[in-house]
Design a protein around this ligand. Structure first.
Ligand code: KG4
Ligand code: ZN
Length: 362
């Protein structure tokens, strides 16, 4: 198969991205990847403000695309197609990206390929490790939480997901309740290292129910209640804070371990030739979570893979890659490509309730 060069554009949440990749499905290389985060713009509001995000994307997309092309040493006329996130996400941001891509496609005559943002995340192990289908994907970040059985470039089965918060969101909220710095994951993990995970009891939400769905919002409430009983006036003793973090984190680890065990069992039923669990998202950086998942994989003869963090978090290289896979199936879009706030990868799976500060989670 001839190598193709794809320009990718991402703007579904609070990262503006443009990237160029080249290659074929399973053997693609990243020529450039530009990501401009908007953390500082949203920080004063304690979450992503959709209108601010949309405006920032609209202002920055041109510059990101120009840089991505020049970093790759190419001009627009040398790319074969333009891939863009067409959903799910914060609609203003998605629209900014889709309009930018349509403008570029109209001006250059290049094909336009709409990409599902979640497919971008889910196909990343093929870009980074040439992981063969079928593999099991666990997406765990501040905005996503789901198991996907990835059977092909457009064949995804969702085995479960969160019904409320994403795990990263739970870590961030926990940190806020304990006056620890954001992002909460790394600071809660560091505190937890000093604490006793067995001293304070935390629930293990949804473990008593069958299936692979998660719920994390109850953990935050449990943390708040436990914190308030331990507070002396306005103060929390350092030892108590560490124990709260350790207890909270250990509950998240237990829940992720058990649900992953169940999802793996479903995936392994079909006896895949090279069984692989891929984990992506910021939460996959957590030491105890990673260790628990690696142990599970070792027990079941499953390979464990986690793309490098820069490709786990929102970026346009994954969008360009998902666009490449789709374009190679002979698919592209017209100027009627629409931006979609919700766009489940697995249409047969029931809709999830989770839709927090970072937009749709399913
Ligand atoms: O994938 P990501 O960088 O981006 C978005 O969700 O947009 O994930 C960020 C999330 C944050 O909520 C952060 O607290 C969490 O990942 N995170 C962690 C750790 N490092 C980052 N959670 C637990 N433990 C960590 N070490
Ligand atoms: Zn994402």
């Amino acid at each position: 198969m001839d190598e193709l060069t794809i320009l990718g554009i991402e703007s579904s949440c609070d990262d503006t991205g443009a990237a160029v990749i080249t290659g074929t499905p399973g053997t693609a290389r990243i020529l450039s990847s530009v990501v401009e985060g908007q953390g500082a713009l949203h920080a004063p509001f304690g979450g992503v403000v959709p209108e601010i995000a949309a405006r920032a994307h609209a202002e920055r997309l041109d510059g990101c695309v120009t840089r991505a092309l020049s970093d790759a040493g190419l001009t627009l006329s040398q790319v074969d197609a333009i891939a863009v996130t067409a959903g799910p996400g914060l609609i203003g941001g998605v629209l900014s990206g889709v309009m930018c891509a349509k403008g570029l496609a109209a001006a250059s005559g290049k094909p336009l390929v709409g990409v599902n943002h979640l497919a971008g995340h889910a196909l990343t192990p093929r870009l980074t490790d040439a992981t063969p289908f079928p593999y099991l994907m666990l997406l765990v970040s501040g905005g996503h939480c789901q198991f996907l059985l990835v059977r092909g470039p457009q064949a995804f089965t969702r085995l479960g997901g969160t019904i409320d918060d994403a795990p990263g969101e739970a870590f961030d909220k926990a940190a806020r309740l304990l006056a620890l710095p954001q992002p909460g994951g790394p600071s809660v993990e560091a505190e937890a290292r000093k604490g006793d995970a067995t001293r304070i009891a935390f629930p293990r939400p949804l473990l008593d129910r069958p299936g692979c769905d998660f719920s994390f919002s109850g953990l935050k409430t449990a943390l708040l209640r436990n914190r308030d009983t331990l507070m002396e006036g306005d103060a929390l003793r350092a030892g108590d804070r560490a124990d709260l973090c350790a207890g909270f984190q250990s509950a998240v680890v237990d829940v992720l371990r058990e649900k992953t065990r169940r999802a793996l069992a479903i995936y392994l039923e079909d006896a895949p030739e090279q069984p692989t669990l891929a984990v992506a998202g910021g939460v996959a950086a957590n030491g105890p979570i990673r260790a628990a998942l690696k142990t599970l994989c070792a027990e079941t003869g499953t390979q464990f893979t986690a793309p490098p963090l820069a490709l786990c978090t929102d970026n346009a290289a994954m969008i360009a890659y998902a666009g490449l896979e789709r374009f190679c199936l002979g698919e592209s879009d017209g100027m009627d490509l629409s931006a979609r706030p919700r766009w489940p990868l697995d249409r047969s799976a029931p809709g999830m309730l989770g839709s927090g500060k970072k937009g749709a989670k399913a």
